[in-house]
Design a protein around this ligand. Structure first.
Ligand code: DLZ
Length: 203
């Protein structure tokens, strides 16, 4: 057993995700790690009661694109009755966790979508030999914070900023060594449900 004190304590009350609608926006860089993180996030969202049909998964090219996508999803979800996430982002690939199809779902003209209660931004940045990593880490973290403060919708920071491939793999629970690590997507799902529930109470 590890004697580390790191990691989140459990929430003070039982989480109930059943009334919530959550968007996951993920980048496609470093895909094996992204896939594990997205799967861990979805599994934990469902474990708290979030319904399949209330989880929208959207991909963008890289982490730098995450803040704009989160912002568009949040603002679009309020005003575009019946639009799918794909429509809101102008045709980027949308993945429903059930179908995993790249074909946009039909637009339901009479059924307005609920707004998103939380958005989880997932990216994996791995340091290279230039300053690129530092610039993207800094700008993306600031921009995601800005989106949540500007919109009032919780934006969960699911961006790994790893110095090595192994650090990234271990934080997705797929480490190459004996210790597989821990899938941080699970923590991000819990943070999303907790913050979304708080936000409903605070509204
Ligand atoms: C260009 C780039 C590089 C070098 N590394 C990563 C990375 O490790 N993780 C990531 O999510 N994205 C990376 N990108 C892509 C940028 O985030 C962005 O998509 C492009 O610069 C286009 O704006």
């Amino acid at each position: 057993m590890s004697d580390s004190i790191k990691g989140p304590a459990p929430p003070p009350t039982k989480l109930d995700g059943s009334p919530l609608r959550v968007a996951i926006v993920h980048s496609r860089w470093n895909k094996p790690v992204i896939d594990a993180l997205v799967a861990g996030t979805i599994a934990k969202l469902k474990a708290t009661g979030v319904k399949d049909s209330n989880i929208v998964v959207q991909s963008v090219p890289g982490s730098f694109e995450l803040p704009l996508a989160c912002s568009k999803l949040i603002s679009g979800s309020h005003v575009q009755a019946g639009a799918t996430a794909t429509d809101l982002l102008g045709g980027l690939t949308s993945l429903n966790p059930n179908s995993r199809s790249s074909t946009p779902a039909p637009v339901a003209a009479t059924m307005p979508h609920q707004p998103f209660d939380a958005v989880i931004a997932i990216g994996v940045l791995i340091k290279g030999s230039t300053m690129h990593f530092e610039y993207i880490c800094e700008s993306v973290s600031h921009a995601l914070m800005r989106v949540q403060l500007d919109t009032g919708v919780p934006v969960i920071f699911g961006v790994l900023t790893a110095l090595t491939d192994d650090q990234a793999l271990e934080r997705a629970g797929i480490g190459r060594g004996e210790n597989k690590g821990h899938n941080h997507g699970e923590d991000w799902a819990l943070a999303a449900v907790e913050m979304a529930s708080h936000s409903r109470l605070w509204a």
